[in-house]
Design a protein around this ligand. Structure first.
Ligand SMILES: Nc1ncnc2c1ncn2[C@@H]1O[C@H](COP(=O)(O)OP(=O)(O)OP(=O)(O)O)[C@@H](O)[C@H]1O
Ligand SMILES: [Mg+2]
Length: 431
């Protein structure tokens, strides 16, 4: 039984929620099930409708009816029951139980029932559970409460996709989105010792293979051409292992094939990938298609990379506006300004970006042609090439933010400093 009153309409606008558990973490994507809601209160009906539009429920089929439990009893006397029935009822406990018993007579095996009631009553809750009700929520339940409840009922942490998906996209072509995606994913795998898969969706021109000095024969195109065949064994064969914790789903990078995959195929492939690893980083090409939009909207977190010029600002704004409209229950995307601070070049400042986009820039990475070009040509990550490169710290920050981990490096005392710390203290006292 849960009582929640927090308003979840605003998270897209709140940056401070990033460091803690965000309400949007409470619910995971919900499988392809049918859900029918019968409501007494229009606010509950609105909350169900609102949830139905969320990315997490995009596979589920949801219908909402008014009339509460009486309407449900009448309806199911003649129709088969769906996977999940949501009953919103203003009835008092005793009458509610009588009506639920009547509803149970026409419920098919396998149908789950969630009740939204008006009474915060433990005895009633126990009676409901005894009758097989899957969960009881106390009104007002918002759409995030509902999604969390459904997610708990239908997501099995042992078997269902649990990995987090991070989508990386450039506001313009060539702004360094793939480079950042690869370096951040590599940092996660090395630093957190967690398995990470990079899915290169730039099928014709992707650089994941090159950046990790790999030349696989098979990869993501084979999975996308027959997504229904993709299981753990096939996935294993199609992934290329780059290090203990990092695998890549490499792009074919050939031009004699057409790559007209459906959004559904992409989604199926990413779902299988995230069944197998805690983190999937999707390297999206700069370009706009049905499937790239779907992958972006469906991702758990989004990283937009922009260079500090006007076209990048405009494009970033368009992407962010689209995400604002389609991801009402999610936090804002992360924005990275890359290739910044080039001498003599006129650039749009961080402040101007933040004001225009109404968000905080997560990281500013300077233009550093020497390090980046050498790493790219060697097929190395920046940290492998030069552990002192300035951008490395930024990659760590982004990796920690995306995975909501605390960067323990910041807490480690600098050994050189700690040796002279007592002397510094003394000097401070003398001043
Ligand atoms: N901060 C930087 N300073 C200098 N060079 C950089 C920087 N970031 C990336 N690069 C270089 O810019 C080039 C383009 O990078 P990358 O391929 O990652 O961009 P992209 O946004 O993914 O491009 P595409 O639109 O083709 O997908 C690469 O050669 C990369 O090494
Ligand atoms: Mg790229």
């Amino acid at each position: 039984m849960s009582v929640q009153t927090n308003d979840i309409d605003e998270p897209f606008f709140e940056d401070e929620v990033r460091d803690g558990a965000h309400p949007s973490d409470r619910a995971r994507p919900i499988p392809r099930i049918s859900i029918q809601a019968f409501c007494d209160d229009t606010r509950v009906a609105d909350a169900v409708q609102h949830a139905a539009l969320d990315r997490r429920l995009c596979k589920a089929h949801v219908s909402v009816h008014m009339g509460g439990i009486a309407a449900a009893i009448a309806h199911y006397a003649e129709s088969p029951t769906p996977n999940l029935i949501i009953i919103d009822s203003a009835l008092k406990g005793g009458q509610l139980l009588v009506d639920l018993d009547q509803l149970a007579e026409s419920c098919d095996a396998g149908t789950k029932v969630v009740v939204i009631g008006r009474h915060n009553d433990v005895m009633l809750y126990r009676e409901l559970l005894k009758r097989g009700v899957a969960e009881y929520l106390v009104a007002p339940a918002d759409s995030m409460d509902l999604m969390e409840c459904i997610s708990n009922l239908y997501n099995n942490p042992d078997t269902d996709p649990v990995g987090h998906v991070f989508a990386f996209i450039g506001a313009k072509g060539g702004v360094g989105s793939s480079t950042i995606c690869h370096n951040v994913a590599w940092t996660m795998s090395e630093f957190l010792k967690t398995n990470v898969t990079i899915a290169d969706l730039d099928l014709a021109f992707g650089t994941t293979g090159l950046d990790f000095n790999q030349d696989p024969v098979q990869g993501i195109a084979e999975a996308l051409s027959a997504p229904e065949r993709l299981d753990d064994q096939l996935l294993d064969r199609l992934l290329t292992k780059c290090s203990e914790h990092l695998s890549i789903f490499a792009a074919p990078v050939v031009l004699d094939r057409d790559f007209d995959f459906s959004a559904e195929a992409c989604e199926m492939v990413i779902d299988v990938a995230r069944q197998n690893v805690p983190f999937v980083a999707i390297d999206l090409p700069h370009g706009w298609s049905h499937w790239s939009k779907r992958l972006l909207v469906q991702a758990d977190e989004i990283v937009i990379t922009a260079a500090p010029d006007l076209a990048n600002l405009r494009n970033a704004k368009n992407i962010i506006d689209l995400l604002k409209a389609t991801r009402k229950n999610d936090v804002k995307p992360f924005l990275i300004l890359n290739m910044a601070n080039v001498p003599k070049r006129q650039e749009i400042s961080v402040r101007e970006f933040e004001q225009a986009l109404d968000l905080k820039v997560l990281a500013v990475i300077d233009f550093d042609s020497e390090t980046f070009s050498q790493a790219a040509n060697n097929g190395q990550m920046l940290e492998e090439l030069n552990s002192k490169a300035k951008a490395i710290e930024k990659f760590h920050d982004v990796a920690m933010k995306l995975t909501r981990r605390k960067d323990t490096r910041a807490e480690k005392p600098n050994s050189a400093l700690s040796a002279i710390a007592p002397i510094l203290e003394k000097l401070k006292l003398k001043r």
